[in-house]
Design a protein around this ligand. Structure first.
Ligand code: TMP
Length: 238
């Protein structure tokens, strides 16, 4: 499978057409942004970690019956995925208070919820990805009721699978963001990535952050955190 023209360049990935109209190649970059692109930087090796980790998670989820866009990893940074139409909703699942939840509701980080929460953001950089509810999403025609119901059901299932898996790595899954896409026949599949860019991951014993919050909050040890997650997932270093 070889890359044809570039279709899209996002903040963290490039997407290329292939000779198969139903498949595209994603190419993960080391570029990092935060706060809707206001903060910019580079995290050396991030593209490799995020590509390999996402594919690892997608394969685990597929085994548990969750359909994803994953097809085949081509190289350290490149993966063939199904071409999908991205549903313009960012789905955020939280198990523990942190980030914008803690800020919005004036609570400390680290409160363990009795059950997970779900929220949606409207995926729109110009508007700064505003929080949106399912009625608003329906009114704007972003998805159908059936698609929203499916996305919710899949997101909670993904949380259960991921929580259990990260626990075996001595990692707490605090929260994460998912994106879904529709294939040519309208099937809703998990898309985008699952990586330290899109999850909050804390060491179970020390509560040390092993994710992009180290970059967002200028905490240092950013590359090391990504490498540590890679090591725990694959038992090897890059
Ligand atoms: P938040 O607390 O800032 O709303 O973030 C919740 C989760 O979503 C966290 O794991 C980081 C992830 N996230 C993204 O993947 N992309 C984004 O643009 C934002 C704001 C958060």
């Amino acid at each position: 499978m070889k890359k044809c023209e570039m279709l899209y360049e996002g903040k963290a990935k490039k997407v290329y057409a292939t000779e198969d109209e139903n498949l595209v190649i994603v190419d993960y970059k080391d570029d990092a942004t935060a706060f809707n692109g206001e903060k910019k930087g580079t995290i050396a090796g991030k593209g490799v970690v995020n590509n390999v980790m996402s594919n690892h998670m997608f394969q685990l989820l597929e085994k548990q019956g969750v359909p994803t866009h994953f097809v085949e990893q081509l190289s350290e940074r490149e993966t063939v995925v199904k071409k999908v139409q991205i549903v313009p909703l960012e789905v955020i699942i939280r198990n523990i208070s942190a980030g914008s939840f803690a800020k919005r509701y004036g609570v400390e980080e680290g409160i363990v919820f009795s059950q997970p929460t779900i929220e949606f953001s409207y995926k729109n950089d110009e508007l700064g990805d505003p929080l949106i509810n399912s009625y608003h999403a329906l009114a704007l025609g972003l998805a159908t009721q059936e698609e929203i119901d499916k996305i919710k059901e899949m997101s909670f299932k993904i949380n259960e699978v991921m929580k259990k898996y990260f626990d075996t790595l001595n990692v707490i899954l605090v929260d994460f963001k998912l994106e879904f896409g529709k294939t040519a026949d309208g099937t809703v599949v998990l898309a985008d990535e699952i990586s330290p860019d899109t999850c909050r991951l804390w060491d179970k014993d020390t509560k040390e952050k092993l994710d992009k919050d180290r970059f967002r909050r200028d905490m240092g040890g950013v590359e090391e955190a990504y490498q540590e997650m890679f090591r725990r997932l694959l038992g090897e270093t890059l």
